[in-house]
Design a protein around this ligand. Structure first.
Ligand SMILES: C[S@@+](CC[C@H](N)C(=O)[O-])C[C@H]1O[C@@H](n2cnc3c(N)ncnc32)[C@H](O)[C@@H]1O
Length: 453
């Protein structure tokens, strides 16, 4: 592959290269490192998310350990990667996450409305906005500093409509709208001072603290763009819907993972494959990293230490454990997995090594499994260690000081102790049939949408 190749050429190559192309490697060879980082369905790009794994990792395990029609579960679904990739590969997808943002993204991806339905929904919403005399922008300075008044008025109108209903009762259109809007809430401008994002120019992957952002705006005299939210949303949708959307509609839940795995939503012995990455010790705070997007979804003050939303999320999410309580949390999770997995089912748990500042890295997954293995009826079938170049790891770039992520992840592959299943090392097929329209058709459609908005 040459440096001048475009993303479309990269995503549509037919014969995968066998060597790593991103500098990464695993204990079982190059595996997904021989595939472009952009590999995967277009809808994966809905919204970036801290701690996310690439679609190609989900695909590898889905292909290796499940068949079309089987049930694939992710109890800590984050931005919903496993669910989306499982659905478009013909599996029945079930996702779950306790963060409202992750829930919205996961639900939008396992059961998206059609391209035409979401188009009509945005048109109607815009008509209602234009007819209204909406002026209610009762927001904190933390939010107000990020947006032009005209843009903020539109965001607040959409937000008010969404929040008038309980999140779990939203329609498919509302989940897609909220997920896509979350994805464009903030991000960097282009060189010519245009932007696909709604905010002042700032990072897209995570939100810096409100105090930091305020100082940054003042010091750099940052300007605000008068962005039309409806036009930006149409543009975003065109990019999300570049690929065809095959596969059965999946489900998404919004509860604590351990309770979910122990509860009635999943029958014992019903799941063929789990592909998940639970939170690792204190690597990412899923609230602070997303305070702007969480505000959109109704949680105020997540960016502030004493904020109501921050306290609520910190009390609910498992991202503040010490190693002792982490073991108990993971034991509950693994026992839940043991309950729901079919006799020959497989659970893949991707866990990163972590290092406290100045200390050696702790091989978290291996240590954890050593501590809890005897208390489960599962056995370790495989352990895939994955090393990524350090610069590709977002939590590193972010400069987290506590429980820092290292450049090593580890996938624990578990199955029932008495399962006689033999898993042959099948060739992984990297073909993406949902890209059938090909890059030309897709880009044509994108251009048409841009011309009409
Ligand atoms: C490492 S992230 C998962 C990222 C995901 N694999 C992706 O690609 O986007 C862990 C997720 O666990 C969620 N989480 C934390 N505690 C939870 C709990 N008790 N129950 C359910 N989800 C939880 C967080 O909200 C976060 O989205």
């Amino acid at each position: 592959m040459t440096n001048s190749s475009t993303w479309s050429e990269e995503s549509f190559f037919e014969t995968p290269e066998r060597d790593s192309i991103d500098g990464g490697t695993t204990s079982s060879g190059a595996l997904w490192h021989s595939i472009s980082p952009r590999w995967g369905h277009s809808m994966h790009t809905m919204c970036s998310y801290q701690g996310m794994f690439p679609a190609k990792v989900a695909h590898y395990f889905i292909q290796r350990y499940s068949k079309p029609g089987e049930l694939v579960l992710d109890p800590f679904s984050g931005r919903g990667t496993t669910g989306l990739q499982a659905r478009v590969e013909g599996r029945r997808a079930v996702s779950n996450d306790l963060s409202p943002l992750a829930y919205v993204l996961s639900r939008a991806k396992v059961a998206p409305p059609t391209w035409h339905a979401i188009g009509r929904f945005i048109d109607d919403l815009e008509k209602r906005y234009r007819k209204s005399s909406f002026t209610d922008m009762d927001v904190t300075d933390d939010i107000r500093m990020l947006y032009h008044d005209n843009t903020l008025r539109q965001i607040c109108f959409i937000r008010e409509g969404l929040l008038s209903k309980e999140i779990t009762t939203w329609s498919q259109d509302e989940f897609m709208l909220a997920g896509a809007l979350a994805g464009i809430m903030h991000g960097a401008w282009r060189r010519d001072d245009t932007s696909q994002y709604l905010s002042i120019s700032m990072p897209n992957t995570f939100s810096m603290s409100p105090t930091y952002v305020k100082k940054f705006i003042e010091e750099n005299s940052l300007k605000k763009l008068d962005q039309d939210v409806f036009a930006c949303l149409r543009d975003k949708m065109a990019r999300l819907y570049l690929d065809a959307n095959p596969g059965p509609e999946g489900d998404a839940y919004h509860v604590d993972a351990a309770s979910f795995l122990a509860g009635e939503a999943l029958k014992p012995g019903s799941v063929d494959l789990i592909v998940t990455s639970p939170p690792y010790l204190q690597v990412v705070n899923y609230g602070t990293a997303n305070w702007i997007r969480l505000w959109l979804l109704g949680l105020d003050g997540v960016g502030r230490d004493q904020g109501v939303g921050r306290k609520k999320l910190d009390a609910a999410l498992d991202h503040r454990h010490t190693f002792g309580s982490y073991q108990e949390f993971m034991l509950r999770t693994v026992l839940g997995a043991q309950r729901v997995l079919k006799p020959g089912g497989v659970g893949v748990f991707i866990i990163g090594d972590v290092a406290a500042p100045g200390k050696d890295a702790r091989p978290l997954a291996a240590q954890l499994w050593n501590e809890i293995a005897d208390r489960t009826d599962l056995r370790l079938m495989d352990m895939v260690e994955d090393e990524l170049p350090v610069q590709n790891k977002v939590s590193r770039i972010w400069g987290e000081t506590k429980g820092q992520a290292t450049n090593r992840d580890c996938a624990l592959v578990l199955t029932h102790k008495n399962a006689s299943a033999s898993f042959e090392r099948a060739e992984i097929d990297w073909d993406e049939p949902y890209k059938d329209g090909g890059p030309d058709a897709a880009h044509d459609r994108l251009r048409r949408v841009r011309l009409t908005t």
